[in-house]
Design a binder for this molecule. Sequence first.
Ligand code: ADP
Ligand code: ZN
Length: 597
Amino acid sequence: MFGYDSFRGSQREIVDQVVGGGDALVLMPTGGGKSLCYQIPALVRPGVGVVISPLIALMQDQVDALQALGVRAGFLNSSQDYETRREVEKAFLADELDLLYLAPEALGGGTSATWRLLERGNIALFAIDEAHCVAQWGHDFRPDYLALSMLHERWPDVPRIALTATATSRTHDEIAQRLNLRQARHFVASFDRPNIQYRIVPKNSPTKQLLDLLRTEHNGDAGIVYCLSRASVEKTAETLSAAGIPALPYHAGLDQRVRATNQSRFLREDGLVMVATIAFGMGIDKPDVRFVAHLDLPKSIEGYYQETGRAGRDGLPSTAWMAYGMNDVVQQRRMIDGSEGDLAHRRMLSTHLDAMLALCETVDCRRTRLLNYFGEQAEPCGNCDTCLNPPQTWDGTVPAQKLLSTVYRLQSERNQKFGAGQSIDILLGRKTEKVAKFRHDQLSVFGIGTELSESQWRGVVRQLLANNLLAVEGEYSTLTLTEGSAGVLRREREVMMRREPEKAARSSGGSSGGSSKKPVVELPPEAAPVFERLRAWRAGVAKEQGLPAYVIFHDKTLRQIATQRPATLSALGTVDGVGQAKLERYGEQVLEALASE
Ligand code: ADP
Ligand code: ZN
């Protein structure tokens, strides 16, 4: 049915567990192959597999993709008209579905029409997708998920499988507790995504840096660019479009229809860049997203990992790139101070941010750090910026003291409120208007920092902020001292800093030639035109049938076909991703496309 020769990772054990009627909690990274873990048991067990998913906007695509494989799937949600709904309900009650997708709110806490429908049907299993939505510790909490604990009370004999790509043990525990899955078997996969290259660079002129990345390494690729604010989403999308890179905006402030259109274009068309706030992406299972770029700092490692995880689901090399600077730290610390909620909540936000900052400032392998955060041990990976181009550390104690004394003079001696810019101007001995007005050229620290450039000073401020040796306060982002600052000023502690390598790391992909085009992986030169021909054929079919191209065949499958050039249907059937239904539907056409030179 699915066209694969073997299970991956612990898929087989999970499938066995659920087929046998047991419960399972599955933690597996994006692209790990979670769907198969409930789809196969739903096919095997009598009755209909009910999948609870928060992703209403994607249900149609999920169901289309399953139907293309020959799986009898349907969904019920608020976007449907009455007739369609009735059809699906009828099929469900007649046991003529393998899988039924529902949104959690449809269950209405046990009182809705949908709940009553379920009571009249024959249920094979419950799959709870994106299960981290039940956890308050996480970043996607949805109150509707809390009611899912009732499924077990009402249907004690129906196996449940909860799945998530969120990995921290806190979230894991909370899911097990809230969904009453302590007795379930827990399957925890490695969270490594070896095909993703992690890179975090200092932010200088972010749009230019982004354009450079897209032009030199990701020309023509599909990707996602994350920005913090709606305004920067719009601006960045415009800049990219003006530069000839097809880009679409996505944020919660856009009209619902515009959002839906942009999302569906991103999924269906090749090579589009989605510029978005984090409102975009959950459940997007487009396999060929080649890069995820962050122009602003994510609020937590969980968020960063989820967002970057949307790259490279197909296992092909992909880039997770982020530009990060002093203002990111200033802004996020301020947002936390100004946030609603009690002290405990703010403390949680701070803990999340500190972990994220530590990842940014590390001189160790990014992947090792990331996996350590999720409780896994790992050797340096050789496929992240710090491995490919190790940064140096330098003793920044003296500059740190200079900066902190400047802050001390302004804050404690003069009780003045200034941001980072003024301190840097003072250290560099710049007689700006503001320096003159407040007579800051009279300070003993004026001009004592000319050994560093402005951008180096910003790096110093950033790293002090990241290490809580400096803080920001109030609406003017005033720099202030922390408990830790005193130790530095008293020369009791050293401050080691990260020195950015001269040249940013570039993709490690094999090809060495001077060509600026990214290396096309695993595709021998003679296969490239064949691949293009197959892609053109696929684009035609996708358009005709109104399906995303990857629902017909993944890039990975087309690459393998282009390389192997199978001459018969049975040979074609051995290619990964060519199942029985697809072979029957598209096999002849593919062989024709291969033969037409
Ligand atoms: P997840 O839901 O964990 O993010 P998916 O279920 O979407 O992952 O699977 C990711 C990709 O891996 C999909 O393209 C899927 O077709 C493919 N895949 C899943 N299981 C296998 C397998 N056993 N062999 C080959 N490919 C697989
Ligand atoms: Zn590494």
